[in-house]
Write a protein that binds this ligand. Structure first.
Ligand code: MLT
Length: 272
């Protein structure tokens, strides 16, 4: 693990392996540790870069609202600081997917492929955005524990909650040790995220859309429609998993990622 300065703040990042760069962008309210099942395996063949986003894990916290655009710019600055010049594969889960849309929008030249795990392209409704802002205030008042109760049942299938005690305990611990300011800033940022739906037909790079079969946050139906709207996308459902497919079934997730990355890259002009 190392700390990398990206200007006004430092980010904590794990960098492992050599080869084509694969940037793993975690979801909310987690950090790079959610990629535990990917790091050792995928770094055998790829240069895996797994940062803690601004305000999460051991990265610096800055700003009362952090927009997805800011997270995307932080990642571009991180790649520059790490000397990654070649186009990358960005794999983002849920909030990491919201960041991926903005990364594509703002830093397209840095992208070769996209992997969208358990995410959404649509923005929050007014009602959902209002609830997020209330949750942000609640987290600041009462601490991150409130998110453990709220989120764990939505992140994992009922079966995983029973059978994967260790994973549930570690995930709860990650949430509990998060800084309230970082969580609140991301909640406010997610509430203001832009609608990526109109962008999907413009995404011409190879993309993999990956969804846990029992995901209750980003459903299979919704993710199938994302895959249908991206011209060069394939869609993989990970059986018996919820929102946290990479943690619930690393083997199947890594297989899908490896197969996708093994297919030859077809250069295409994104503005065709
Ligand atoms: C996540 O896993 O990043 C969150 O579920 C995203 C969200 O709250 O919309």
């Amino acid at each position: 693990m190392k700390r990398i300065s990206i200007g006004e703040i430092e980010l904590n990042v794990v960098e492992q392996g050599t080869g084509a760069p694969l940037l793993l962008v975690h979801g909310f309210p987690l950090d790079h540790q959610m990629w535990k099942g990917q790091l050792d395996d995928l770094s055998k063949d790829f240069r895996v870069i797994a940062p803690d986003l601004r305000g999460f894990g051991q990265s610096d916290c800055h700003g009362e609202t952090v927009l997805m655009e800011q997270f995307a710019d932080d990642l571009a600055n991180l790649l520059a600081a790490l000397g990654v010049d070649e186009p990358i594969t960005l794999c983002g889960l849920s909030m990491g997917g919201y960041v991926a849309w903005e990364f594509w929008r703002r830093h397209e030249a840095r992208l070769q492929r996209l992997i969208l795990c358990d995410t959404r392209a649509a923005p929050d409704t007014d009602e959902v955005a209002a609830t997020r802002r209330k949750t942000a205030d609640q987290v600041l008042r009462e601490g991150p524990e409130v998110l453990v109760e709220n989120m764990i049942p939505k992140l994992f299938t009922p079966r995983s909650q029973v059978e994967m005690r260790h994973v549930i305990a570690t995930t709860s611990q990650i949430i509990q040790s998060s800084r309230p300011e970082g969580l609140a800033a991301a909640l406010r940022g997610m509430a203001r995220r832009r609608d990526a739906t109109p962008w999907l037909p413009e995404i011409k790079i190879p993309s993999l859309v990956l969804c846990g079969q029992q995901d209750v946050i980003s459903s299979v139906v919704e993710m199938q429609s994302i895959a249908d709207a991206i011209p060069n996308a394939s869609f993989v459902v990970i059986p018996a998993c919820g929102h946290m497919a990479p943690l619930e079934s690393p083997t199947q997730t890594n297989k899908a990622i490896r197969e996708f990355l093994a297919t030859p890259h077809q250069a295409s002009n994104a503005k065709d």
